[in-house]
Write a protein of this length. Structure first.
Lengths: 274, 484, 438
């Protein structure tokens, strides 16, 4: 079992040896800490998120990877008693600075959640929601175009173009998740955060979403939390390993899976704990 | 012997059976064979054997003899008047009740004419319908003596059954007797019967109102009731006989709906916004203070709201309108506005607690999805949460509307009694519930259309609210399932 | 740890700022919040105004103006022909008003022969003085000829005037209280003869046509009878029904029907229960009108759904582990329920019951229909006697025109609210104290 795992991972890594030549920093975490009330969930995380790359956050459950993801667009603000310390920057601007507006931040850093959560509205309305609230389009024709483009980018257009006004909740799980991705894309964010986007999907739907992520990185910076090692290996250029609230190690994905610096990373990747 | 006395005697026999049965069980237990049940179960079983058949007999007997009595009265009345009249039968029964309350010897040998009997009855606080006839007196007397005979027979029969049951029960006590099983089966039956009271109540409500309504429709046509636009029941004063008045439902229904509408216009936005604020914005501290305070509004009896409308708010609105109009007030002290406003405030906690449940049932994932796209809180609430909660909120509004339509004391005090048909919210209108109270309070004779109409109104009210409640509960349940 | 050298990488240039209408959107956000605050404020302000007006109108009802006078039981006035030995009814029929008036005249130092002066005394003392003095003498004939200091109620008008509720700027002719009476009132008050005392009568009297001798005592007894009946009937039947539905009932159509019925009955207008009571209990079963027993049963049926819903929730909250433990020890299912589950659910059941009782206590409409709106001056000895209830008494006073009745009515509302508050507080304390976390 393990052998097969390792083999698979290696193949995946080799297949995706992309040389990160002109790397540019999109986001940066500097001694990030997160407290939930008395309990500290994240300890001094330093990390760089590179533009137009997929960064995967991995680690056993409860390691703080989702917490860190949520602090990248301040979704933690909605949780009572949650405090974020340290510094997180987007294009060198501190996103926790008073001058930064959280609404604007989230329009730039979109988010896709673990469980597909389409609004109980039509497919069209789900995608149009973001452009509408932010006033991004001038006319109905504009909006139609944005909806169509977003659905195309999310590789959902062909499946739903004839039933745009059906309920979004009527789609299959994988389609729902791609709808949520289209919904996020429609706002034209710079960064898309994905919190285990495939955990509720079947293998075929997962493959579709993974393909999609790979395409999206041309236009967007993507940070993805995943539970599945293979997925991290398949979709990401960089991988960060979290454990017990600490960032254990971060590096190019191929290096993380073949020759990690830390023993804990090695153990986790080879399935010794998790 | 009255039913109550017989009942008490039966209970005494039951208690004796209990102790005797338990004592016998204890005496039989020699410790060699393990008894199946503890002594108190044996006692309880003996008691049940004594009490249950006797009580069952007593109940069947009293209904049976009552029905027989009614049939006798009916036949005698037909023999006298050669026509069947349910009204006359009722009059005889109330006359018989009245005579029973008189002092001896008048209770067995009353005067032969109503004109002599009436003052005697009045002295005992019994008022009878004016068309109680002289020929009814002997029928009533016979009915009384027959009833008393039946009472004795039934009581003695029940007592005999109780004693037999007790003896049988005590004899049955044996070491391996499964008394506990039997007792528990009876207990289960009792529990089940208790749960059917809900059905019985509904059936009781429907049947009781249905019979009176049918009686009403035998005198007033359903058409003129449901579609009549004039409400003028004209209480038949003694001797006025012929004129029976008009019983048009439309003005009452219009008033009911109008006031309910005003109340909903107040309660729904205010209640909904309070619920939204409590669920989405308020800090824990604010919630812990404001929520009980709003619940206090729900705990205040509606009569207090009605009195506030009558004594304070109504006159105040009238005076304000007088100042605004520079002279004569355009808002009446009792008005649709006053009643609707106060009822609206009463309903605020109803709306807000129902909506609170519904809003908090919308999954957090919806909020996250919207906030994650950069929506503000209010955008999330208005564009995602409220639309998602809409079916539930519609259900809540239906439930609230049914409360508003059935509310009585506020409108009795604040809406007025005149059955107007008006569109002006500053004038008085009356409602179905007000008229039910009006028609049934005071000294009333039971079988005139003036009082029977209250039941026709009641059954209308019951069915309107029933449909609304069922629809509301179905919507709310469906909505809950959607998110479970 | 991580290769920090990476920090030397260039940082992305921020893209051009998009205009996403933040200013307008935050204004809308603030407006929306304001609506919420306004809604809550509206509710709370209304509550405050309502309670405020009731308390300001009603608190004076707890005080009653009383004139303490030395009354001489003068035989020449009571029994001028001296035949009380042969005809005891003389003592009943005597002119006791005159006694009280005499006492007042001598206290005020008015010329007893001046007819116009004496006429102005009319309506100064309560008419109840007659009955009060009569009962004193009948109870103790030895008082004849003696002088006793008796606290006598002032009339409702003087009471209002003394409490400052009468507008003295209104011309005398249009006032019920005349200037001379005000002067006397002030004179007596200065002597300490006339003073406000705690109004025990409010809690002991029944209905009366005179405001100063009307109270809620009789109504409270009626309400207590009904509460006792509701407590017994609704609690027993409600708990039994809940146990069946929660612990024993099979999932079938009948059970569904019962559940639908319970949910619906909880939302049926209360007045419909009044119609039920009138048609079934009074008309069909021939129970007495205006009696607490009928009111109690009617309110029980009304309260039943509330209690059943609360009880089922309390039973459902008892964890299955306790049931399994009891069954594992060989208890029958019935024993498990009555020995283990029910006692554990009791606090929740009681809380629900108290809340149901509080609702029943404030309920008025159904009681009007079963004739409890009668003028009841005497205490009901049994639940089968004519009685009235606290909220109905309030309703009856609301229909009285006199100002003094409004004061009584508001006082009675305060009493009712205090009762309700006490019940709800008990429920809260009970819940807090026995709340179990499994």
């Amino acid at each position: 079992m393990n052998v097969m795992n390792e083999q698979k991972i290696e193949e995946a890594v080799k297949a995706r040896m992309t040389a990160g030549t002109n790397e540019v920093i999109k986001m940066r975490g500097d001694k990030v800490t997160v407290h939930y009330g008395e309990k500290q969930a994240l300890f001094d995380v330093d990390i760089l998120i590179r533009e137009n790359q997929v960064t995967a956050l991995i680690g056993p459950s409860g390691c703080g990877k989702s917490t860190f993801l949520r602090s990248l667009n301040r979704m933690n603000d909605t949780i009572a008693g949650c405090r974020v310390g340290g510094k997180i920057t987007l294009d060198n601007e501190d996103i926790y600075d008073r001058a930064i507006d959280v609404v604007e931040l989230r329009a730039r850093v979109g988010m896709v959640f673990q469980k597909p959560n389409p609004f109980p509205k039509s497919i069209y309305e789900n995608v149009a929601y973001g452009p509408r609230i932010h006033g991004l389009t001038r006319s109905k024709a504009d909006l139609d175009e944005v909806v169509e483009k977003s659905l195309q980018k999310a590789a959902l257009w062909n499946e739903v173009k004839d039933r745009l006004h059906d309920a979004g909740t009527g789609l299959s799980g994988g389609q729902q998740q791609r709808l949520c991705i289209a919904r996020a894309i429609a706002v034209s964010p710079e960064v898309i955060l994905m919190d285990e986007p495939c955990s509720a999907l079947d293998p075929i739907a997962t493959a579709r979403v993974e393909e999609l992520i790979d395409e999206l990185k041309q236009n967007y910076t993507i940070v993805i939390v995943t539970h599945s090692m293979q997925q991290a290996a398949r979709v990401s250029q960089r991988t960060a390993m979290f454990h017990l609230g600490y960032l254990v190690e971060e590096g190019p994905t191929e290096k993380m899976f073949t020759n990690p610096d830390e023993k804990r990373t090695q153990d986790y990747i080879t399935g010794r704990f998790g | 012997m009255s039913g109550l006395t017989a009942f008490l005697f039966v209970l005494v026999v039951g208690l004796i059976a209990f102790f005797a049965g338990a004592a016998r069980a204890r005496a039989l237990d020699d410790g060699k064979i393990k008894a199946h049940s503890r002594p108190q179960y044996h006692g309880a079983w003996a008691m049940l054997l004594a009490v249950l058949p006797a009580l069952g007999f007593l109940i069947v007997w009293s209904f049976g003899s009552g029905a027989y009595l009614n049939k006798q009265i009916d036949e005698r009345v037909i023999a006298q008047t050669s026509e069947k009249s349910a009204v006359s039968d009722t009059l005889v029964r109330s006359l018989a009740d009245g005579i029973k309350r008189l002092d001896a010897p008048a209770n067995t040998n009353p005067p032969a004419t109503m004109s002599e009997l009436m003052p005697l009855l009045a002295g005992k606080g019994v008022t009878l319908a004016p068309d109680t006839q002289d020929y009814m007196i002997p029928i009533a007397l016979d009915a009384n003596s027959m009833a008393s005979r039946f009472g004795w027979l039934g009581g003695l029969g029940a007592l005999a059954l109780a004693v037999l049951g007790a003896l049988y029960g005590i004899r049955q006590v044996a070491v391996r007797e499964r008394a506990r099983h039997k007792v528990e089966r009876v207990m289960l039956g009792t529990l089940f019967s208790a749960s059917t009271i809900a059905i019985l109540t509904t059936v009781g409500i429907v049947l009781s109102m249905l019979f009176q309504t049918i009686a009403f429709f035998s005198e007033v046509s359903p058409w003129s009731f449901f579609f009549g636009t004039v409400w003028d029941p004209r209480f038949a004063a003694a001797g006025s006989g012929g004129s029976q008045g008009q019983f048009g439902l439309i003005p009452l229904l219009a008033g009911t709906l109008y006031i309910a509408l005003v109340a909903l216009l107040v309660a729904v936005p205010v209640g909904l916004m309070s619920a939204v604020y409590m669920a989405e914005y308020a800090s824990r501290n604010v919630r812990s203070i404001v929520k009980p305070a709003l619940e206090l509004l729900a705990g205040i009896p509606t009569i207090v709201y009605g009195i506030f409308a009558l004594v304070t708010l109504g006159p105040w609105l009238r005076d304000i309108s007088a100042v605004l109009a520079g002279g004569s007030p355009f808002i009446q002290a009792q008005s649709i506005l006053t009643a609707g406003l106060v009822m609206g405030v009463m309903l605020i906690p109803v709306v807000s607690s129902l909506s609170d449940d519904i809003i908090t049932a919308v999954p957090q994932a919806m909020r996250d999805g919207s906030l994650g796209l950069g929506a503000t809180r209010s955008e999330t609430i208005r564009r995602v949460i409220l639309p998602a909660a809409l079916p539930g909120i519609v259900g809540a509004i239906l439930l609230t509307a049914s409360r508003a339509i059935g509310e009585t004391m506020i409108v009795v005090l604040a809406a007025g009694v005149a059955a107007n048909l008006t569109a002006n919210p500053f004038e008085a209108m009356t409602t179905i519930t007000v008229k039910i109270v009006n028609q049934l309070t005071g000294d009333l004779e039971f079988n005139s259309p003036q009082t029977l109409v209250a039941f026709a109104l009641g059954i209308t009210l019951f069915f309107v609210t029933l449909v609304m409640n069922i629809a509301a509960l179905a919507i709310v349940r469906k909505y809950r399932e959607q998110y479970e | 740890m991580t290769d920090i050298t990476a920090s030397s990488l260039p940082v992305a240039a921020p893209p051009a700022r998009r205009d996403i209408g933040l200013k307008k959107r935050y204004a809308a956000e603030a407006r929306f919040r304001m609506y919420g605050i306004a809604a809550i404020t509206f509710g709370l302000v209304f509550l405050a105004i309502m309670l405020g007006t009731i308390i300001s109108k009603g608190h004076t009802a707890f005080w009653q103006t009383t004139v303490t006078l030395p009354v001489t039981f003068d035989p020449t006035l009571i029994d001028p022909q001296n035949k009380r030995e042969s005809d005891p009814s003389v003592l009943i029929k005597a002119n006791y008003d005159k006694l009280a008036q005499q006492a007042l005249i001598s206290k005020l130092g008015i010329d007893a022969k001046s007819k116009p002066e004496v006429a102005k005394l009319k309506g100064f003392l309560s008419d109840s003085a007659r009955i009060q003095l009569r009962d004193m003498l009948v109870a103790n004939p030895a008082l004849m000829g003696q002088t006793v200091t008796v606290p006598i109620l002032a009339s409702a008008n003087i009471d209002s005037a003394f409490k400052g509720q009468v507008d003295l700027t209104v011309p005398e002719a249009r006032r019920k209280v005349k200037d001379q009476q005000i002067t006397w009132m002030n004179q007596l008050a200065a002597e300490g003869t006339l003073a406000e005392k705690f109004n025990t009568g409010l809690f002991t009297y029944g209905a009366s046509s005179r405001p100063e001798t009307s109270g809620v005592g009789v109504a409270i007894v009626g309400s207590l009878y009904m509460m006792a009946i509701v407590l017994v009937l609704a609690l027993l039947v409600g708990v039994a029904a809940s146990i069946y539905l929660e612990e024993f009932a099979a999932k079938n159509r009948l059970t569904d029907l019962i559940e639908v019925n319970i949910n619906n009955l909880a939302a049926v207008p209360s007045i419909v229960f009044g119609l039920l009571g009138l048609a079934v209990f009074i008309n069909f079963l021939g129970m007495p009108r205006s009696a607490a027993i009928v009111g109690g049963i009617t309110l029980s049926l009304m309260t039943l759904p509330t209690i059943i819903i609360a009880t089922r929730a309390a039973l459902a909250a008892v964890p299955p582990s306790i049931r399994q433990a009891a069954l594992g020890l060989g208890a029958s299912k019935m024993q498990m329920v009555f020995h283990h589950v029910l006692p554990l659910a009791m606090p929740g059941i009681l809380t629900g019951t108290i809340i149901g009782l509080a609702r029943a206590l404030g309920e008025t409409a159904p009681l009007l229909l079963i004739g409890m709106v009668a003028f009841v001056a005497n205490y009901p000895a049994t639940p089968f006697d004519p009685a009235t209830a606290l909220p109905v008494q309030i309703y009856m006073w609301a229909n009285e025109a006199e100002r003094a009745f409004v004061e009584r009515m508001s006082g009675a509302i305060i009493i009712l609210l205090v009762f309700l508050m006490a019940m709800n507080l008990t429920a809260i304390v009970l819940r807090r104290k026995f709340e179990r976390r499994w």
